[in-house]
Write a protein that binds this ligand. Sequence first.
Ligand code: SAH
Ligand code: SF4
Length: 372
Amino acid sequence: MRYTPARPTIYGETLDSLTALLKEHGHPAFRARQVLTWLYKKRVKTWEEMTDLSRPFRTWLAATFELEPTKFVLTKQSEDVTDKLLLELGDKSLIETVIIRAPQLGVGQENSRKTICISTQVGCAMGCKFCASGLEGLKRNLSAGEIVHQLIQVCRQEDDRTPRAHAELVSFDNLVVMGMGEPLHNYDAILRALTILNAEWGLGFGARRITLSTSGLVPKIKQLADEPLGIRLAISLHGATDEVREQIMPINKKWPLKELIPAIREFSEKHGRMVTLEFILIEDINDSLDQAGKLRDIAYDLHAHVNLIPYNTVEGLPWKRPSLTRQEKFAQVLDRGGVSVTLRREKGHAIDAACGQLRLKTEKAREAAAAN
Ligand code: SAH
Ligand code: SF4
């Protein structure tokens, strides 16, 4: 299940690792910054475009590194506010990167706030019963460079549309690690990738505008709490009691609420900021007012924000979202209990934005085409 490309991608290198490698091969150390500027500020697609580097040095780079670890396959745009990029990796695996636009009153589409959602694995091993990403298990981890390159692809899309491109700016406002995969199950790669995205020599993207979502790998949440990188944390709770949670999330058997909740508290106290509890509302599974009350108590106690997400139907799965009235009643219990709560309106339903669905469909279409 491991994929080792012929050459490692340069997008997995940090300033330190690249400098060390250059020195080792007799190249001047300052070249590292030059190369990184071409990658992260100019976002070039070929070594040839790096015109202030000597030809022999460019030849060495090309022989040592792969430049483009992901290939753009297609964009799917929904009528509402979501764009989805389907990317192909070196081993032909597919991943999804989503651009969510939040329109702002009085401003044009190009000025809307943009949130990017990135994937961290091909598939997922956690097997949550409601999720398209987990349906076929884990195929493999993404490398740090494959994770980083998703943002380069996004920037290039946006560069083509907005005049900000040449100002060497990043044209999105928030980054959420909520695509396919369980990020804390690929800990070293996601941490390296976020470090690269955050670094001033990388994309220079603020850690406070990055949110990582996890299904609750307790030891890794504790490890993350000790990292200096100050990213935000979201927890996929989806059940306010062990009975309900373990019915839909097998991980709850390994790390039940009595272990998960103290880990969330530890993270929150070390970082001094609110953690978000995500709660997908699924009809007759977790949408009772009793669950709402228990969720209110957990959130109040943790001083956490609650994000209620009406379930997106997944082809082949029986689950449904509750009626709007029921969703609102659930939210009211939290709100009246003094908990900060948002009831998310669906985004991207029309293009299968629920994680993993576009990939699954494309793979099925490919299989069908191969069989014909
Ligand atoms: N593996 C991580 C991050 C990726 S999933 C995690 O589980 O937190 C990102 C979010 O999408 C999670 O909260 C997940 O539960 C939710 N999700 C998965 N399938 C969904 C669906 N069909 N409808 C709505 N949300 C879904
Ligand atoms: Fe994996 Fe998250 Fe989907 Fe669960 S919800 S299967 S952890 S991607």
